[in-house]
Design a protein around this ligand. Sequence first.
Ligand SMILES: *Cc1c(COP(=O)(O)O)cnc(C)c1O
Length: 400
Amino acid sequence: MPTTQQIIEMTETYSAHNYKPLPIVIAHAEGAWVTDPEGKRYLDFLAAYSAMNHGHRHPRVIRAAMRQLERCTLTSRAFYNDEFGPFCKELAEFCGMEMVLAMNTGAEAVETAIKLARKWGYRVKNVPRGRAEIIVCANNFHGRTVTVISFSTEDLYKADFAPFTPGFTVVPYGDAAAFEKAITPDTVAWLVEPIQGEAGVVVPPDGYLSRCAEVCRKNKVLVMFDEIQTGFGRTGKRFCYEHEAGLKPDVLIVGKALGGGVLPISAVVASRELLGLFRPGEHGSTFGGNPLACAVARESLRVLVEEGLVERSARLGEKLLAELRAIRHPLIQEVRGKGLFVGLHLKKEAGGARAYCERLKEDGMLCKETHDDVIRFAPPLVIEERDLDLAISKVRKLFA
Ligand SMILES: *Cc1c(COP(=O)(O)O)cnc(C)c1O
């Protein structure tokens, strides 16, 4: 078997350098643990940016994939397949919604939601064609396609990629008054993350989402929550928006953990009134709704419910947050989050989170810095409590 060093060299030689990985090669993985080619074990506290809520190779999800591999993998939507309908029904019910439009990656689902909002704006709200506006928040992260980076506020994501797609207005995150001021008669939707993950696990003020949603209702503007990272139990609720009582989006965008850590599958979930606007040929994806991904997603949803992973995230997350907040260190600015989704924000003087992540890696714990100064802690929701305790002790040691 090639060594860690050989694999890193080959990767750096032949792969575009669009990532800056920690120098660790994962050769084997199970639950919350991963192993490198030399046999050293690490606790995974990134969980593939929350695509791994079920942990690595969850036995039930793997069995569902194996069963489907033996049966039928891809049909395209030119024909029906017997997994797609049940998947749509079960996902819609899981989300308390009526209809599903399946795609593959998160960015594609966001693009789909943007198309849906514009279509609704022209067909239902009667916005003049070509004028639809969508309000988004500063420091958003919704993916990497040209349209999606068009409304990013992060220069790194945009430089050299112009020209961009028009039709987006950016407002500060967490400021309901600024949001209300930005609405015009052409506004069709508000697209927002209930907690901003890539921005550094930024939790908005209590009541912010509900206040903006109320403004949306009054102005006939769709509320679209991007729960690609925060969904499926990550924050201690099925979906993060449920932390605010009585709140519900018009459009829910999901991805990542829907694929059980096995396959990419994403979706836009909404009412019949909204998703019923799509007509044959207006939108599509060759792999969207493929039976293999649908079988995996169906089992992933069942596992979340039957293994109580949402409640587990709430319970273990409370412990993680409390224990990390108890660490007193002059370079820690703030520890914030919900459920097993926690950001430790370092002060500027700390010189960035990267070096801290590298030291944690040396100590057998994998975390990734986000936005320079934040260490994100987001382990698989299946993590054993004793492994969580072990991780907490490693972070304590890091700041000792
Ligand atoms: C990861 C992510 C996306 C993009 O998903 P991809 O599958 O990488 O395209 C979009 N929105 C949020 C909030 C995300 O965390």
